[in-house]
Design a protein around this ligand. Structure first.
Ligand SMILES: NC(=O)C1=CN([C@@H]2O[C@H](COP(=O)(O)OP(=O)(O)OC[C@H]3O[C@@H](n4cnc5c(N)ncnc54)[C@H](OP(=O)(O)O)[C@@H]3O)[C@@H](O)[C@H]2O)[C@H](O)CC1
Ligand SMILES: [K+]
Length: 503
C-alpha cells in the first residue's frame, strides 16, 4: 500500500473531487463520518467529547464530526482556536454554519483560560492536519501544551497537531501527544518513524473513498506492507516434495558464551520451512547444538571459541546466514574477508557480522550483491553514519542500499526494508514485547530459511519481517508483551504461517 506525502494527498483530494465527482464539502463530510464511526465503535454516548478546532480543513473535519456525534446523541463541546485575523478555509466556515446551536461553542484566543474538562472526557485534536506549514506558535502552541498537560485521552484527527508528516519536526516544537490518531485513507510517513511516530499513539487509517485510479498511478518509494500483499508471496508446499526441494541453508555463528543466539536462529530457520540446515559453530558449541537442535547438522570450526574459517563448500547451500553470536575477533573478520572472495550463494548478515563490516570499510566494499543485512538502529549507525533525524536516516538507508546493492532490514517498531532500487517497505506487524534479546537472531534464521527456499531477496525481507512480527503478535496475545521471549517467536511461527494463509 502506497504512503502519500501531504502534497500527494492534496492531489488525491483534487482528483477525487473532479473525477468522482464529489464536492470538497461532501468529501469532508465523508472524512468526518469515517472518524465518527471509529469514535462510536470505541466510546458509548455516555462519554463526553471536547473538540479543539483550528482554522483549516482539519478544523472543518472537527466541526463536521462534532455535529455528527451530537446528532448521534453524544455530549459535545467545541472550542474554536484562532489567532486574531487568521483566514478560515471555506469548508471550515460552512461547517461552522452547520453546527447545531445546542452545541456549546467557544473561541479561544491568545491569553485564554483553558477550559475545565469533565472527568473521562475525550479530547479531539482538530487544530491542524496535513496542511501544517510551520511549527505551532502563539495560541495554537498554548492549546497544544494545555492538552498535553490535561492527562486526558486525545484522539487526533488525521495527524497530531504540530507534527510535520514528510519532514522532521524540530526538536523544540510543540506537538499534541495523541493517544490515538485516526488518519484518513493512509498513514503518513512520520507515523512510521521512531521519533516522530512517538507523537501519534496508536494510529488507525480509515478509508474515505479517495479515487482508486489516483492511488494506483501515483508514484512513491514508500510502501506499507499489507496482509494481502504478503500473503501473495507465500509458496504452497508441493505434494511430491522432498527435503531437497526446500533448500539447504547454512548458519554461521555462535561463540563462547553466545551459543544461544545461534541456537535461536537455527530453530527459527527450521520452523520457517527449510529442507536441510547445517550450522557452523566453534568446537565449544558442538554438543550444545547437537543437543538443542537435533534437526541441524553441525560443522565445527578449527577454533575452540569462535569462527575462524569456513569449513564447507559454498555450492552446497542455497543461502548462508552469518552473525548470531559470532563475536568480533580479528580472525573472524579475516574469515569473513576470505569467505567474501569465494563465489557464494545469497547471504544474510546480522549482529557481529554487521559490526565487523562497519569497522572495516574495505570488507564492506566487497559485500556480495543482493546481500540482506539486518541492523537495528545502532548497528545501522555504525554502518552508514549518524542520522540527524528520522528522515535523514531514510536518506542514509537509501544511499547505503544503492551504493552496496544490498537489502537492509532496519529493525524497529515498523521495521523498514530498504532496497537497491531506492524503495522503502514498512512492516505493520510486531509489538514492543519483541524488544528482547534474541529477537533479531530469530529473524536471521527466518530470512536465511526463506532465501534458501528460493524467494528473491526482496520477497524474503518482506515475508520474513511480516511473519516474524505476526508470530510476536500472536505470542503476545496469549502471554502478554512483557513476558515474551525470543524463543516464543519461533514457537508461534507456525501459527503465523497458518494465520497468513487463512487471511
Ligand atoms: N484527503 C484527505 O485526507 C482529506 C483531508 N481533509 C482534512 O484536511 C486537512 C488538511 O487541510 P488543510 O486546510 O490543507 O490544512 P490544515 O487544516 O492542517 O491547516 C491549514 C491552515 O492552517 C494554516 N497553517 C499552517 N500551519 C500553521 C501554523 N503553524 N500556525 C497557524 N496557521 C497555520 C495554513 O495557512 P498558511 O497559508 O499560513 O500555511 C492553512 O490556512 C487534513 O489533515 C484532513 O484533516 C479533508 O477534510 C477531506 C479530505
Ligand atoms: K489534528
Amino acid at each position: 500500500m502506497k504512503i502519500l506525502t501531504a502534497a500527494q494527498t492534496r492531489e488525491a483530494d483534487a482528483y477525487t473531487i473532479q473525477q468522482e465527482p464529489v464536492s470538497s464539502l461532501d468529501l469532508m463530510e465523508r472524512a468526518a463520518a469515517a472518524l465518527v464511526a471509529w469514535l462510536r465503535q470505541r466510546y458509548s454516548a455516555q462519554v463526553p467529547f471536547v473538540f479543539f478546532c483550528g482554522p483549516g480543513n482539519n478544523g472543518g473535519d472537527g466541526l463536521a464530526a462534532a455535529r455528527l456525534l451530537f446528532q448521534a446523541g453524544y455530549e459535545v463541546q467545541v472550542f474554536l482556536v484562532e489567532e486574531a485575523g487568521q483566514c478560515k478555509s471555506q469548508d471550515f466556515t460552512q461547517n461552522l454554519q452547520r453546527l447545531p446551536s445546542e452545541i456549546s461553542t467557544h473561541t479561544l484566543q491568545a491569553g485564554f483560560g483553558f477550559p475545565e474538562m469533565e472527568f473521562g472526557a475525550i479530547v479531539v485534536d482538530a487544530l491542524f492536519g496535513s496542511g501544517l506549514s510551520r511549527p505551532l506558535q502563539g495560541v495554537y502552541a498554548q492549546v497544544a501544551e494545555e492538552i498535553n498537560q490535561a492527562g486526558v485521552t486525545v484522539v487526533a484527527v488525521d495527524v497530531p497537531s504540530g507534527l510535520f508528516t514528510d519532514a522532521p519536526t524540530p526538536e523544540d516544537a510543540v506537538v499534541v501527544q495523541a493517544t490515538y490518531t485516526v488518519t484518513f485513507e493512509r498513514p503518513k510517513l512520520a507515523f512510521l518513524l521512531p521519533k516522530s511516530g512517538a507523537w501519534v499513539g496508536e494510529w488507525h487509517a480509515v478509508p474515505i473513498g479517495l479515487h482508486p485510479e489516483f492511488l494506483q498511478q501515483v508514484a512513491t518509494p514508500y510502501q506499507l506492507l499489507t496482509n494481502a500483499y504478503v500473503k501473495s508471496l507465500l509458496k504452497a508446499r508441493q505434494k511430491y516434495a522432498h527435503k531437497g526441494t526446500y533448500g539447504h541453508a547454512l548458519l554461521i555463528g555462535g561463540s563462547y558464551g553466545k551459543m544461544g543466539a545461534l541456537v535461536l536462529a537455527a530453530k527459527a530457520a527450521l520452523r520457517a520451512g527449510i529442507g536441510l540446515l547445517t550450522v557452523q559453530i566453534p568446537q565449544v558449541g558442538y554438543s550444545i547444538v547437537q543437543t538443542a537442535v537435533p534437526e541441524a547438522m553441525a560443522l565445527t570450526d578449527a577454533h575452540e571459541l569462535h569462527f575462524t574459517r569456513f569449513m564447507g563448500q559454498p555450492e552446497t547451500y542455497e543461502c548462508i546466514g552469518i552473525g548470531p553470536g559470532l563475536g568480533q575477533a580479528e580472525d573472524t573478520r579475516l574469515a569473513l574477508e576470505n569467505l567474501f572472495r569465494q563465489h557464494l550463494p545469497p547471504l544474510v548478515l546480522d549482529a557481529d557480522a554487521l559490526n565487523l563490516l562497519a569497522a572495516d570499510r574495505t570488507l564492506l566494499r566487497t559485500l556480495p550483491q543482493d546481500t540482506i543485512l539486518t541492523p537495528h538502529l545502532k548497528e545501522f549507525e555504525r554502518l552508514a553514519g549518524p542520522a540527524t533525524d528520522d528522515f535523514h536516516r531514510l536518506q542514509l538507508l537509501q544511499s547505503f542500499c544503492q551504493e552496496h546493492r544490498c537489502y537492509v532490514v532496519l529493525k524497529g517498531a515498523h521495521s523498514c526494508v530498504g532496497t537497491p532500487t531506492g524503495d522503502f517497505y514498512f512492516n505493520t506487524t510486531g509489538n514492543p514485547g519483541m524488544a528482547t534479546g534474541g529477537s533479531g537472531d530469530v529473524l536471521t534464521g527466518i530470512l536465511t530459511a526463506l532465501r534458501a527456499q528460493g524467494h528473491s531477496a526482496l520477497e524474503t525481507c518482506l515475508l520474513g519481517v511480516y511473519l516474524h512480527g505476526l508470530a510476536g503478535d500472536l505470542a503476545a496475545k496469549e502471554m502478554g508483551q512483557a513476558s515474551l521471549i525470543a524463543s516464543d517467536l519461533t514457537t508461534y511461527l507456525g501459527k503465523a504461517f497458518l494465520a497468513l494463509e487463512a487471511s
